[in-house]
Write a protein that binds this ligand. Sequence first.
Ligand SMILES: *Cc1c(COP(=O)(O)O)cnc(C)c1O
Length: 369
Amino acid sequence: MENRQITVTSPLLPDLEDFQQMLCKIWNSKWITNNGYFHQKLEKALAEYLKVPYISLFTNGTLPLITALQALRVTGEVITTPYSFVATTHALWWNGIKPVFVDIDPDTCNLDPAKIEAAITPRTTAIMPVHCYGKPCDIVTIQEIADKYGLKVIYDAAHAFGVEVNGESILKAGDLSTLSFHATKVYNTIEGGALVMRDEQMKKRIDYLKNFGFAGETEVVAPGINSKMDEVRAAYGLLNLKQVDKAIEVRQQVAIRYREVLRDIEGITFFDDIPGVRHNYSYFPIFVEADKYGTTRDELYFKMKERGVLGRRYFYPLISTFSSYRELESAGENNLPVATRLASEVICLPMHHELSQDDITRILSLLVK
Ligand SMILES: *Cc1c(COP(=O)(O)O)cnc(C)c1O
């Protein structure tokens, strides 16, 4: 099957019979949403697995971002990265907040802490960094800046499921962290997401906000939204949680094989593991330097596509180039030279738990000159 398509990702799916058994339980209980048995069980299991004190489940990974901004009453301007999925900035837009783009660090693809202070104005109220590709942001420096200027920090941790630094969850950084459990992510509930918080009071507030602001049968305490996760996806999520470690291990092996071969290719760079970090191998980005490699990123990307190997140009184009954002002063290329360059060089190679040795060989053979 030489020409079978190799996709960039493949959803981690629970065993169908196990899932059917879960469905029977849900059918029998007739409790299909609104903080049901599986919802509660998944919140508990995830808090334990992720080593975080509190977590609140959501119906996708975008509503936690929107809700986090509401919960912390963020207004005015927020400093963020252009090198992410559009949902990061859209969440600001939906809250009437002006995104201020700051360039990224070429060594991590994350917001460059050295460039944050220059972008702070009297209207700045928060920083919204992304742990891009699951690589931890410089959480210490970002917190120092936030404390100095009295800013909130909301991490878009959509890529950072299970990532730890020196045994500590990266999700404990900042005021709030958001997760996405979309089908394309390392851990999925088909669609789904979560907010991670530090204290019980914030958990309560978030739980109100995701359920219309209801704080009891007849009491509404805030103009909340509806972003609850249902029982079917919570049950699915419980099953997937049992096999996610195995999936991450397979991904790690793929990364090891990729690196072995790519290390010798002139003009292609990639990230190595960082000592002390538990990575989740959610993505495997490579950066193609056309003058050294002899082929442009797009030439390589389309050649791979023609041969049935579907990489993805994450994150190209930059969010700052989309029509809703490109008029912003901070969206100019001059302000974002690193992000602009990396967006023109990146291809995320296929990375998932079902890649075979043959698949990997086939992918690498397209890259070797
Ligand atoms: C996937 C993703 C989201 C959005 O998650 P959904 O679950 O698809 O709504 C937000 N931010 C980043 C960086 C993502 O990759």
